[in-house]
Design a protein around this ligand. Structure first.
Ligand code: UDP
Length: 327
C-alpha cells in the first residue's frame, strides 16, 4: 500500500484525513506529539509519536517509512493564543514545518500537502476571498501559516517536489460514524462551545464582539464539514499523483454565517436555548472570512455536500454526546 505520512494524525482534522486516506486505499502513518491530539484518534494506520521541533525525530520517521506523500496538519491553530504567545506559533508552526520540509527533501518525498488557512488573508474590504486575494494576516497564526506557504514555494522551486496548499475556512462537524471527532482541551471553537452551552455542559457562551461591520454585528465565517475537507485532501493527492503542477485551493462553501446565526442553528438543532452573553472582541479576529473561489470544484471536482450548518451541528452533537477520547 502507498504510505502517506500524516503529521497531526492524532488531531481533529488529521484523524479524519487518516480515515479518508485509508478508505481510498492508502496507508496513513500518523505522526503526532499528542500535545493536542489523542492516541485514541489513531485508528486507521500506524502511529509514530514525535515532535516536529525535533529535527532528528521527524527525519528518522520519514526515512523509516519513505512515504509517497506528506500531509502536514500538525500545528497550533488558535487565533487568540497566537496573539498571546506569538513566539510559540513561530516556533511550533514555522520551525516545525522547516524541519519537516528538510526531512522531506533529504529523503526524497515527492509530494506535499499543506494545511493552511483563510487567516492568511486578513481583513479585506470585500467579503468573498479567492486564492488571489492579497495575503495580509492580522494574527500570528495566519502569519505563521503564510510563512510556511512561502517556505514551500522556495523549497519546491529548489528541489522540484510538487505541493498543494489548502486554505481552510472554518472546519466543523465530525465523521458520521461517531468514531472520531473534534476534542480539544480546553475547547475554544464556536460550534462545540455553543453545543456545550445549549446542552448544559457549560453555563454560557460568550459572543466575542457585536460591533463588527457585518449585518448583525457578529463575525461572519464560512463553515466547512471536516469530512468534505479531508476528501479535498485525498483529491489533492490524486491530482499531484496524476502529474499536475503545484496549486493552492480555498476550502469553503462560499456562504457566510454570523456567530449569532450559528448560535441560533445550535438552539434549533438541540431544541434548547443557547445561553449566550456578549463579550469584547477577541484579539486577531477578522470581521468576515468567506471563500469566493470555485477552484477546488473546478480543478479537483470537490463539492462540499455535507457542509450545511445544520448537518455540521448535528454531526458535532452526535460526537459530543459520546464519550470522546480518554487518552
Ligand atoms: N467565537 C465566539 N465565542 C467563542 C468562540 C468563538 O464568539 O467562545 C467567535 C470567534 O470570535 C469567531 C468565530 O466565533 O468570530 C469562530 O471562531 P473559532 O474560534 O471557532 O474559529 P476561528 O475563526 O478562530 O478559526
Amino acid at each position: 500500500m502507498t504510505k502517506v505520512l500524516v503529521t497531526g494524525g492524532a488531531g481533529y482534522i488529521g484523524s479524519h484525513a487518516c480515515k479518508a486516506l485509508a478508505a481510498a486505499g492508502y496507508e496513513p502513518v500518523a505522526f503526532d506529539n499528542l500535545s493536542t491530539g489523542w492516541r485514541d484518534a489513531v485508528q486507521f494506520g500506524p502511529f509514530e509519536e514525535g515532535d516536529l521541533r525535533d529535527a532528528e525525530s521527524i527525519s528518522e520517521v520519514v526515512r523509516k517509512h519513505s512515504p509517497a506523500a506528506i500531509m502536514h496538519f500538525a500545528s497550533l491553530a488558535e487565533v487568540g493564543q497566537s496573539m498571546e504567545d506569538p513566539a510559540l506559533y513561530w516556533h511550533t508552526n514555522v520551525l516545525g514545518s522547516l524541519n519537516l520540509l528538510q526531512a522531506a527533501v533529504d529523503h526524497g518525498v515527492p509530494k506535499f500537502i499543506f494545511s493552511s488557512t483563510c487567516a492568511t488573508y486578513g481583513d479585506h474590504d470585500r467579503v468573498l476571498l479567492d486564492e488571489n486575494t492579497p495575503q495580509r494576516p492580522i494574527n500570528a497564526y495566519g502569519a505563521s501559516k503564510l510563512a510556511v506557504e512561502q517556505m514551500l514555494a522556495n523549497f519546491s522551486g529548489r528541489f522540484g517536489f510538487s505541493y498543494t496548499i489548502f486554505r481552510y475556512f472554518n472546519v466543523a462537524g465530525a465523521d458520521a460514524s461517531g468514531e472520531i471527532g473534534e476534542f480539544h482541551d480546553p475547547e475554544t471553537h464556536l460550534i462545540p462551545l455553543a453545543i456545550d452551552a445549549a446542552t448544559g455542559r457549560r453555563p454560557t457562551l460568550t459572543i466575542f464582539g457585536r460591533d463588527y461591520p457585518t449585518p448583525d454585528g457578529t463575525c461572519v465565517r464560512d463553515y466547512v464539514h471536516v469530512s468534505d475537507l479531508v476528501d479535498a485532501h485525498v483529491a489533492g493527492l490524486e491530482y499531484l499523483e496524476a502529474g499536475n503542477p503545484s496549486n493552492v485551493f480555498n476550502l469553503g462553501t462560499g456562504h457566510g454565517f454570523s456567530v449569532q446565526q450559528v448560535v441560533d442553528v445550535v438552539a434549533n438543532e438541540t431544541g434548547n436555548n443557547t445561553p449566550a452573553k456578549d463579550g469584547p472582541r477577541r484579539a486577531g479576529d477578522c470581521a468576515a472570512l468567506v471563500s469566493g473561489s470555485a477552484r477546488a470544484g473546478e480543478v479537483l471536482g470537490w463539492s462540499p455536500d455535507r457542509s450545511t450548518l445544520p448537518q455540521m451541528v448535528r454531526d458535532a452533537m452526535r460526537w459530543h454526546a459520546g464519550k470522546g477520547y480518554s487518552g
